[in-house]
Design a protein around this ligand. Sequence first.
Ligand code: ATP
Length: 434
Amino acid sequence: MMGPTLLALALAVLAWVLVVGDLVRRHRPAWHWYVVGYPVTACRVVFTWRRVALLNDLSVSRLPARTLIGHLLVKGDPVRPAAPRLSFPRATRMGLTVAVQLHAGQTPATYLKAADAFVHAWKVHAVRVTSPERGLVLLTAMASDPLQRPGLATAPAELLSALIGALESGGAWVMNLRLVPHWLIVGATRSGKSTLLARLINQLAPQPVALVGIDCKGGMELGLFAGRLSALATSRREAVAVLGALALDMQERMSVCRSAGVRSIWELPDKLRPVPVVVIVDEIAELYLSDGRRESKAETEQCSTLLLRLAQLGAALGVHLVVAGQRVGSDLGPGVTALRAQLGGRICHRVNDPGTAEMTLGDLNKDAVAVAQAITAEERGVAVCTGPDGSWSRARSHLTPTEEAVSTARKHAALTPDLPALDRALAAPEGDDK
Ligand SMILES: Nc1ncnc2c1ncn2[C@@H]1O[C@H](COP(=O)(O)OP(=O)(O)OP(=O)(O)O)[C@@H](O)[C@H]1O
């Protein structure tokens, strides 16, 4: 009687283990990492460290590489090099961290080069190398891609600051225009650029800020938010008019600052301070590429000069640029490289050519370029972004449905500041010359 009951019980337990085990394997809940993943990975880190360090030239021998035997100078590789000292691996929500004491003469760059070797040796999704203090390197191993299902990050509301999404570290991805006044956003088609711009507008719409759109794709993208835009240019000719009017407006702002004896509009008393303006450009190539005709060439040159002027002087005068494009390269014109130098904030989604990733991140963070190039077509909304302290991180924007962004823009349409100079400039040009 006991036999069949025990058998049925054993079968039930087995079925339960199989079903639950499969669910756990597929969904990887957080406790699974702490109970199974972390102890296994921590053992791998500790037990493979000597060998990994040796194979990647991180170990250093205390013996000199040359020594004198009698009257002979003997050169060679000293035996038994010592691996750098490793701290105990500490579990985090998404992986683990270990601190490594650098040998004298070593720099974090050697560890950056070995990051791929760590990934394979420890069987983790990625390893990031940072140096929080001199002589120390922090290796952060991530068990799986935290951006596959990023949590909803939060950040305090601040003027000219937008919560864009979540960072790979689990923190909030914030675009703060007071800290980094101008931004360059690149991404191939369907990489998540427009969604990010919609998110930015969604976040800035409730703030006392003027939003100006330049969308030379006939206003198809930014036209959706027209109710909250103080001006919208939908052709290059209109873009020249709007940028020219903004350049003149900046001169007025300068004279207000000069008469008040201050260096930036933020030092002016509230009642004198002009409203901050955020200029959003969708598809920079439309402003820079000419069809060879004389007027077209003149317009591209004007756009290039005016954008550069706004970028050079805008930060102190409350004029901010957010420039987006599918591709950025010096072939767009000599002005592009100069403009890029002024756009301190960079966001690079998946791109089709290595040149664009190099152009966007290469001058600030060489090691971020390879990470940006590894973003796949499935990872929509994932990007490499720079932080205000010069660091970089992988991040994912919060998916803001277009309807939600449009309805937020409509809801706050009454807050739209009037910029009569821009309206006049837009009313002036005749015809349309795309
Ligand atoms: N953060 C995100 N999370 C999930 N899906 C996203 C995210 N961002 C964008 N997507 C999805 O990716 C698709 C393409 O996004 P989007 O239209 O923003 O790309 P794009 O780079 O602007 O493309 P294009 O240049 O063709 O306009 C959309 O269907 C959107 O739903």
